[in-house]
Design a protein around this ligand. Structure first.
Ligand SMILES: [Fe+2]
Ligand SMILES: [Fe+2]
Length: 265
């Protein structure tokens, strides 16, 4: 009887984290940042980009993602450290969801690092690494988001950083699944699905749906253990999405409306 009651309690408690995770993901998908990205993607799919537009787009993605690889590996460790005292025998399983995404980013599974994949992809499109890495070629919000991510993963509370990470997995799926098809659609890009240089799109197209699912399970299990962290986690989600929205509005304006990027404010 005691065992049955304990089990029922566990299931009810476990359900709380899952409901929260559903709600947080619903909030992400309905956020204006996703609408901004989808609107960009629609125009992105309407014509091939000119060389200068590709350089802006790829340099912005490089600036935005600069600290993601190291950041998520650090988050995986910080997450385990926070949860392990409360769940000594299984707390590491919660950090493992984030570690799994880091394994792909570090190129430990089936490809080289994602940074290297991005460089090869850009070079195939005729944009050399130096141009991709030049900060002046990225839009201001991409620089701001990339720089901010460095400290968000390291210095902000674990729950906040986990919110940032989960939101970034949501946006990744909304990026790479359409982009994969867009870069195959226009012969001007000269890609085919099996081309080695296309691995940047192919790897994300294949793995991002697993990442988004892993991050959701991670949030659900984390909030089961630490329900009081929900507010901080949601704050991380919203801070990330607000900057992300600005980044895609800037790219949309600059690439498709021909508006000059304002670099001073
Ligand atoms: Fe990646
Ligand atoms: Fe991912």
């Amino acid at each position: 009887m005691d065992t049955a009651q304990a089990m029922t309690g566990m299931i009810a408690h476990r359900g709380h984290g899952f409901r929260e995770a559903d709600d947080i993901y619903g909030g992400c998908f309905n956020h204006a940042a996703i609408a901004a990205l989808r609107s960009f993607n629609q125009r992105f799919s309407s014509r091939p980009l000119l060389r200068s537009e590709l350089a802006l787009f790829l340099a912005s993605m490089a600036a935005f993602n600069r600290h993601t690889i190291g950041g998520i590996a650090i988050l995986a460790g910080r997450l385990s450290d926070q949860v392990l005292p409360l769940l000594p025998t299984s707390g590491h399983e919660i950090g493992a969801y984030v570690l799994d995404a880091a394994v792909d980013e570090y190129g430990l599974r089936e490809t080289v690092t994602h940074l290297e994949l991005a460089r090869r992809f850009a070079e195939y499109l005729g944009i050399p690494v130096a141009e991709i890495e030049a900060r002046d070629n990225a839009c201001p919000a991409a620089l701001e988001l990339g720089d901010t991510l460095f400290s968000w993963y390291r210095d902000r509370p674990v729950a906040f950083a986990l919110g940032v990470h989960a939101a970034s997995e949501v946006t990744s799926v909304e990026e790479f699944v359409p982009w994969h098809d867009i870069f195959l659609k226009f012969p001007q890009y000269r890609f085919s699905r099996e081309l080695p240089e296309f691995a940047y799109m192919r790897a994300h197209f294949v793995h991002e749906p697993d990442h988004i699912h892993g991050a959701k399970l991670c949030i659900a299990r984390y909030l089961d253990v630490l329900p009081g962290e929900s507010g901080l986690l949601r704050e991380g989600v919203l801070m990330y999405l607000a900057l992300y929205q600005r980044m895609f509005q800037q790219l949309d304006d600059a690439i498709f409306d021909g508006r000059a990027l304002c670099r001073h404010g």
